[in-house]
Unconditional design. Structure first.
Length: 70
């Protein structure tokens, strides 16, 4: 199981996966927006999205849990 965490503070601009979806290593899970820059947050390894902990428009801080992948 891997926990995907925010690499920096920002708003969740777009969620690119859904629960139950198979993802590949380095596939973007969410895209954060901070200071008018888009920051993709990728999966660290192949797996299935078990849970999304954020919604589009949410604000996250660095280290906040975004998703769980099995």
């Amino acid at each position: 199981m891997q926990e995907i965490k925010a690499s920096m503070a920002g708003s969740v601009w777009k969620i690119t996966v859904s629960v139950g979806e198979e993802v590949e290593e380095d596939q973007d899970i969410v895209i954060l927006e901070s200071m008018k820059m888009e920051i993709p947050i990728p999966a660290e390894e192949k797996g299935t999205v078990k849970e999304l902990k954020v919604s589009e428009g949410d604000f996250v801080n660095e280290g906040d849990l975004i998703a769980i992948i099995e």
